[in-house]
Design a protein around this ligand. Structure first.
Ligand SMILES: Cc1ncc(COP(=O)(O)O)c(C=O)c1O
Length: 402
């Protein structure tokens, strides 16, 4: 079975479970490695990406200048909206532009007013945002703070070759096991603004408690379980359990009716998470090169296949997901599964249609609604060989044409 995602966790990584030493030092070391990777002066670690966003919004103190609204895509991970709301701000949702899936700049312009404090610019699925549009927006609205959501786009670059994480006041990342690189859970902020970094670190150290022993143990057990779950014969069983709904507690990360954060959202990153995160940074180049190679094979093999709309082929994309739009999504998912290929369905909602947000401020024509049941993502992780990719192309081509 080829899983829809797979972290690059190796048996040798298990040795890190035995490491001991100072947590603060482990985190500092992870932060400085991550900052180098991102080409930025500072990196600040958090227990989740959403906690990082929550704390940045607190640190910006936008209310002091009468700003309360934060613009974000309607087609993004719902936890972004939760962090905005629970940090005391009003999310303002903007529709996607097209099959590049990123936020529509015309709608973003309409959504901007004197209450707009910040905008969460998101290169969804690793597809880099259009830097020219961002520059035009910034020129028209110099007081709006730009935060880059890089949870899908670790060090993606624009058509002009700029790293997206650098195109704003700060960038944030999610580091759970489904991400490009992982620290088990965890989140990170990168910035070149030293004063902002100091302020953010100060707030983090004041408001986030050190992890409990329970959390440190749970993270270790989760890491072992994640390693075992992705071992090939075991994954078939995991997939069966998932389909039967037995793993919903682990896989379901949101409740459409609730606006909440995990109970440990304000418990600090554990030492083991920092050590794993640091190790993963050293694999970043290999992981991205692999993802780009597999994406290239998909473009070569699936270009021109009827009923499929391929994603934008941006040279600086990092392919957190290789997303295809097709009215045959359900059928293709089922047929691929029968061939031992699991496809993903991320993101299978438009936030504005969730009960928790249906009365929120929205700008758009609900283009993203179309994506919900019609997008599938193809595996691009390090567990997919070139041969696997060609087989996936063949199976999808057959399904799409019957
Ligand atoms: C686009 C996007 N932004 C932000 C986040 C938040 O990251 P975390 O789950 O670490 O809070 C995610 C999470 O998966 C995401 O997909």
């Amino acid at each position: 079975m080829i899983p829809r995602f797979k972290p690059d966790i190796r048996l040798s990584d298990m040795l890190l479970l035995l490491a001991s030493g100072n947590r603060t030092k482990a985190i500092q070391s992870f932060e400085s490695t991550f900052a180098k990777l991102a080409g930025q002066r500072e990196a600040i670690a958090f227990p989740y990406g959403r906690t990082a966003l929550f704390m940045m919004l607190k640190a910006l103190d936008l209310h002091a200048s009468g700003k309360s609204e934060i613009i974000c895509p309607s087609y993004t991970c719902v936890v972004v909206a939760h962090a905005i709301t629970l940090s005391g701000h009003t999310p303002v949702f903007v529709d996607s532009a097209n099959h590049g899936y990123n936020m529509d700049w015309k709608e973003t312009e309409k959504a901007t007013n004197e209450k707009t404090g910040a905008i969460i610019v998101t290169s969804i699925f690793g597809n880099p945002i259009d830097a020219k549009q961002l520059e035009n927006y910034r020129a028209r609205h110099p007081s709006v703070i730009i935060l880059q959501d890089c949870a899908h786009s670790f060090m993606a670059s624009t058509a002009e070759g700029a790293l997206v994480n650098m195109l704003g006041k700060a960038a944030f990342y999610g580091l759970n096991i489904s991400k490009i690189i992982t620290s088990i859970f965890g989140g990170m902020v990168t910035t070149d603004d030293i004063d902002f970094a100091h302020l953010l670190r100060e707030i983090r150290d004041r408001e986030i408690a050190p992890p409990s022993l329970r959390k440190a143990i749970q993270r270790r057990l989760y890491f072992i379980a994640a390693y075992v779950a992705f071992v090939p014969p075991v994954y078939g069983m995991v997939n069966w359990l998932e389909r039967k709904g037995y793993l919903a507690r682990f896989a379901q990360y949101y409740d459409p009716t609730k606006i909440n954060l995990p109970s440990d959202a304000f418990e600090g990153l554990s030492a083991i998470e920092a050590r794993i995160g640091q190790l993963q940074c050293s694999r970043y180049a290999y992981i991205i090169a692999h993802r780009r190679k597999i994406a290239r094979l998909y473009f070569e093999g699936l270009g021109g296949v009827k009923e499929l709309t391929l994603p934008e082929n941006a040279s600086g994309a990092t392919w957190s997901h290789f997303v295809i739009y097709t009215p045959k999504a359900k059928d293709i998912i089922a047929k691929c599964l029968a061939h031992g290929i699991q496809l993903g369905e991320l993101i299978d909602y438009d936030i504005i249609d969730m009960p928790a947000y249906q009365n929120a401020i929205y700008h758009g024509t609900h283009r993203a609604r179309e994506f919900v049941h019609n997008v599938i993502n193809l595996p691009v992780h390090v567990g997919v060989s070139e041969k696997d990719a060609r087989r996936i192309v063949d199976v999808i081509t057959l399904c799409a044409s019957t």
